[in-house]
Write a protein that binds this ligand. Structure first.
Ligand SMILES: NC(=O)c1ccc[n+]([C@@H]2O[C@H](COP(=O)([O-])OP(=O)(O)OC[C@H]3O[C@@H](n4cnc5c(N)ncnc54)[C@H](O)[C@@H]3O)[C@@H](O)[C@H]2O)c1
Ligand SMILES: [Fe+2]
Length: 428
């Protein structure tokens, strides 16, 4: 990235960092059961609730207890279960049309990040009925209270129940990007590990690594506070100590509970301290190829941690020490390497591939453009990269480099990146 653009990005980010203490972040009140959610709706005078979910959830019957509880409380409901992974503008519009037709006055997002984000989108539409969802994308365009929204996560990964974001896809342009608005933070969330118990192994793995990505990207970014650093550290430790156990045994109560909490902590951290290029690349892949979000992040994360090099060494070394991956004899360089190796090992143990496969290199340019647009200037990443550098990172994460060895490929990406940076420095 050229010096002028770099300066612009850093000044922009500094503005947001200075404003951080003034911004109205809040956290949802956590309920323990779906019965608590039903009681709450009744207590708040809700007449008819729309449950926004997906077909996987209804097929498995994960929604049934919620329905029974709503019936006990005498709360009427309607179900929208057509949310797709990487939820679309069409999902939101279709669900909102149903919300209006059925005379609903409150919302439950039941499912993974896709269902919760779709519910947030419907809330945004209800607050701004004259604007279609495409007009509400971006920053602070909703800016109005949405109807009562209760988020009920059934995956432990996105932390959407505590964030300002809803990430939606425009299927026509094959682009995926977020709405950010404080009014989208749900006032209530249900944390019940039993809803996540049936999550298949590969989804436990990739959604858990998504949570890790949130914690780590927020932590290595430049807009952290003491509070968000602690949130990230706690999340990383919990994921380190519990994700693999949850992967091995989905009914391990302690592991499931801890991962669900970790996902929340990581969400609380990144919603204030942002994510980074890992998410930028993952969102562009989701928009263009429908790559599942957690999978994309899991694969991309270690490549970027290597590419960031020295800029993240101290912080990753600290995470290595917190998780006991490093010992007292390790200097920062060795400890950092141990943390990245642990991330790679987790991926390997949980059968997450080393590269994103099946991507046409002809699309790198388009996707890098999208990632650049999403991340720059907003995300306070440790090392700034422009579109060309992000194209190179796509080459690395898609295995489009000569080396077939994972580590070598990442290192090759880093070398390319460093050489390019040196070249830019020399010529500027
Ligand atoms: N708003 C935010 O702050 C935020 C943060 C991160 C990610 N996201 C978004 O969230 C989406 C990804 O969410 P996700 O990773 O939770 O996956 P998802 O919501 O797309 O769900 C993936 C699959 O898991 C199934 N599933 C969910 N819970 C299950 C359970 N308990 N048992 C069995 N199957 C279950 C679903 O039916 C679905 O088929 C992406 O669109 C991503 O961009 C949003
Ligand atoms: Fe994410």
């Amino acid at each position: 990235m050229n010096t002028l653009k770099k300066a612009y990005c850093r000044v922009y980010q500094a503005g947001f960092r200075l404003a951080l203490p003034l911004l109205p972040y809040r956290e949802p009140k956590i309920l323990k059961t779906v019965g608590g959610a039903a009681k709450l709706i009744r207590a708040k005078g809700g007449k008819k609730v729309m449950i926004v979910t997906d077909a996987g959830i209804t097929k498995l019957g994960i929604h049934e207890n919620l329905i029974n509880q709503l019936k006990i409380q005498g709360v009427d409901y309607v179900i929208y279960d057509k949310t797709v992974p990487n939820p679309t503008f069409d999902n939101v519009e279709e669900a909102y049309a149903l919300y209006k037709k059925e005379g609903c006055d409150c919302l439950i997002g039941l499912g993974g990040g896709s269902s919760m984000d779709c519910a947030k989108g419907v809330g945004a539409r209800a607050a701004r009925p004259k604007k279609t969802i495409d007009k509400l994308m971006g920053k602070f365009k909703v800016f109005k209270k949405i109807p009562l929204l209760i988020a009920i996560p059934t995956t432990a990964g996105t932390g959407s129940e505590v964030t300002v974001a809803s990430v939606l896809t425009n299927s026509e342009t094959q682009t995926k990007y977020p709405i950010y608005d404080f009014f989208l933070i749900p006032y209530y969330a249900v944390h019940d590990w039993r809803l996540t118990a049936g999550l298949p192994k590969h989804l436990t793995a990739t959604t858990g690594m998504d949570a890790l990505t949130h914690a780590v990207e927020a932590y290595i970014g430049r807009s952290t506070t003491k509070h968000t650093r602690k949130l990230s550290e706690d999340a990383v430790k919990l994921i380190h100590d519990n994700l693999y156990d949850a992967y091995l045994d989905g009914h391990n109560e302690k592991a499931r509970q801890n991962i669900l909490y970790a996902s929340y902590l990581a969400g609380a951290s990144f919603t204030q301290s942002y994510v980074g290029y890992v998410h930028g690349l993952a969102h562009a892949l989701g928009g263009k190829y429908g790559t599942p979000h957690g999978l994309a992040n899991s694969v991309i994360l270690p490549h970027f941690l290597r590419a960031y090099g020295k800029a993240v060494e101290k912080k990753l070394a600290k995470l290595a020490r917190i998780t006991c991956e490093a010992n007292v004899f390790d200097d920062d360089h060795a400890a950092c390497e141990k943390f990245i190796s642990w991330v790679e090992e987790m991926n390997e143990k949980m059968e997450i591939p080393r590269y994103i496969e099946g991507i046409d290199p002809a699309d790198f340019d388009f996707m890098a453009g999208r990632a650049d647009k999403e991340a720059n200037p907003l995300y306070p990443v440790p090392v700034l990269m422009d579109k060309n550098e992000l194209v190179k990172m796509y080459r690395v994460v898609c295995g489009n480099v000569r080396e077939h060895n994972f580590k070598k490929a990442s290192e090759a990406g880093l070398r390319e990146h460093d050489a390019h940076r040196a070249h830019v420095k020399k010529s500027s």
